[in-house]
Design a protein around this ligand. Structure first.
Ligand SMILES: Nc1ncnc2c1ncn2[C@@H]1O[C@H](COP(=O)(O)OP(=O)(O)OP(=O)(O)O)[C@@H](O)[C@H]1O
Length: 225
C-alpha cells in the first residue's frame, strides 16, 4: 500500500529530515512512527500525501510512484488518504456536521450522499447527538472524533495521524485509539506518529523508529523503545 525506497528529504538550511529511508507497509497494517522530537516523523507523514517532495528516492502509494504524479492529480492521491492532526484543524465557524460534510462537498459528492454519509460516520465516532454543535462547544476528545470522522467519511485507503492524542489526557486518548483501531480493522492502513509510550506498548503494532532522520528500528508487534 505504501512503499518508500531510499527516500531522502532535506530542508532549507541543510537539515536532513529523512535519510535513505526504506519501508514497505501493507494494506491494513497499523504502523507507529516513534522517535525523539525532530527525528523526522512528521516529514515521513507529509511525504506520503505529497505535502513534501523528497530529493532522492521513490514513494509508492497504492501502487503509484507519487513522484511521477502531475500536480493536477495530487488531489486524487489525497482522496485516498485521510489525515488527522494533533490540533484537530476543524473549521470553527462550521458545525460538527458541516465540518464533516465539507470534506465530501469539496470532492464533489452529490448531496444525497452527503446527507446519508455524514450522520452515519458521526454515529460511528459516537457524536451523532452533537451534529449541530460548534467545535468550541466540544471537548478536545470530541473535537478529535470530529476530525477523525472528517478524515474517514470518504473511506480512504490510508489514514495518516500525526500525534492525534498529543493534546488529550490519557483516558480520552484510549478512546481515540479504540476508534483508530476500529477504523484499521475495516482494512484501512493506519500510519501514526506518536510520543505516547503507553499507547504503543499497549497496542503492540508495528513500530518504525526514527533517529535523526534514520530508520533505526522496524519491528512487528513492537514496543516504544
Ligand atoms: N518546513 C521545514 N523547514 C525546515 N526544517 C524543517 C521543516 N520541517 C521540519 N524541519 C526539520 O526537519 C527535522 C525533522 O522534523 P519533523 O517535524 O519531521 O520531526 P518530528 O519527528 O515530527 O518532530 P516532533 O516530534 O517534534 O513533531 C527537524 O530537524 C526539523 O527542525
Amino acid at each position: 500500500m505504501i512503499k518508500l525506497e531510499n527516500v531522502t528529504k532535506t530542508y532549507k538550511g541543510d537539515v536532513v529530515a529523512l535519510r535513505k529511508a526504506s519501508a514497505d507497509i501493507n494494506k491494513g497494517e497499523f504502523v507507529f512512527l516513534v522517535g525523539a522530537s525532530g527525528s523526522g516523523k512528521s516529514t515521513f507523514i507529509r511525504l506520503l500525501n505529497k505535502e513534501e517532495v523528497p530529493e532522492e528516492g521513490h514513494i509508492y502509494v497504492a501502487g503509484k510512484d507519487i513522484g511521477q504524479l502531475s500536480s493536477w492529480k495530487v488531489p486524487y492521491l489525497r482522496r485516498n488518504i485521510g489525515c488527522v492532526f494533533q490540533d484537530f484543524k476543524l473549521l470553527m465557524n462550521k458545525t460538527v456536521a458541516e465540518n464533516v460534510a465539507f470534506a465530501l462537498e469539496v470532492i464533489g459528492r452529490p448531496r444525497h450522499v452527503v446527507r446519508t454519509q455524514v450522520p452515519a460516520i458521526l454515529e460511528l465516532v459516537g457524536l451523532k447527538n452533537k451534529m449541530g454543535r460548534y467545535p468550541h462547544e466540544l471537548s478536545g476528545g470530541e473535537q478529535q472524533r470530529v476530525s477523525i470522522a472528517r478524515a474517514f467519511v470518504n473511506r480512504p485507503l490510508i489514514l495518516l495521524a500525526d500525534e492525534p492524542t498529543g493534546n488529550l489526557d490519557p483516558t480520552t486518548s484510549v478512546g481515540i485509539m479504540r476508534l483508530l483501531d476500529r477504523i484499521n480493522r475495516t482494512g484501512t492502513t493506519v500510519v501514526m506518529a506518536t510520543h505516547d509510550r503507553g499507547i504503543v506498548d499497549t497496542m503492540r503494532r508495528r513500530v518504525i523508529e526514527l533517529d535523526r532522520g534514520n530508520i533505526v528500528r522496524d519491528q512487528s508487534r513492537g514496543v516504544y523503545e
